[in-house]
Write a protein that binds this ligand. Structure first.
Ligand SMILES: CC(C)(COP(=O)(O)OP(=O)(O)OC[C@H]1O[C@@H](n2cnc3c(N)ncnc32)[C@H](O)[C@@H]1OP(=O)(O)O)[C@@H](O)C(=O)NCCC(=O)NCCS
Length: 163
């Protein structure tokens, strides 16, 4: 009997599909070229949330987000995505809803995130443009992973075909 797929969100790291997460992140505009090792390290040091589809007895990861936090005063929401095949099904709202009610993330003084065009999604969960942007500072290195990957490729080709 054909049953409708079921979706759930979990913060259990043992369920994460690193292949899927790295596959998305290394091709997305904000982390293009990121290595699998760096993705694994970022996951080790974050509270991670997976979105899963269960269909015909099989579980498949279709979304992800991670939260970098001291679990007391501050949290930074990062690497939010839903796979293209599964967009428009309310899954990012399901994901954000679970993140914002996670027991370790209550009573924080400040949440932050960076988004290019998903402001409307995050506004639903209480995010707003900074009230005093002039007070916020950053160190930002655009295209860092692409540059590193290029450098590694150059070193490798130098090793295999030395001049
Ligand atoms: C953004 C993203 C996570 C949304 O996932 P989704 O599961 O398709 O979204 P949902 O079905 O839960 O709907 C999201 C809601 O936010 C709104 N929204 C606002 N900005 C949006 C955006 N840039 N993309 C998608 N939805 C957006 C939608 O209109 C929708 O509202 P509605 O229910 O009133 O129509 C998904 O499009 C994605 O992974 N995009 C690529 C990665 C990305 O941009 N991530 C955000 C980085 S900050």
């Amino acid at each position: 009997m054909e049953t409708q797929p079921r979706f759930f969100v979990s913060a259990d790291k043992s369920l994460l599909d690193i292949e899927t997460i790295h596959g998305f992140l290394t091709n997305c505009h904000w982390a293009k070229g990121i290595s699998r090792e760096l993705v694994e390290k970022s996951i080790r040091h974050s509270l991670c949330f997976g979105v899963y589809e269960v269909a015909q007895g099989k579980r498949k990861q279709v979304g992800f987000a991670r939260v970098i936090s001291d679990f007391a005063t501050f949290a930074y929401l990062s690497d939010v995505f839903v796979l293209e095949t599964h967009r428009g099904n309310d899954l990012s709202k399901l994901l954000l809803g679970e993140i914002m009610k996670h027991p370790e993330l209550q009573g924080l003084r400040r949440w932050m995130l960076v988004t290019t065009n998903a402001h409307g999604l995050y506004e639903r969960f209480g995010f707003a443009a900074p009230a005093f942007p002039e007070k916020i500072m950053e160190i930002f290195v655009p295209n860092l992973y692409e540059k590193e990957a290029e450098l590694l490729r150059a070193i490798e080709s130098e090793k295999t075909c030395p001049k």
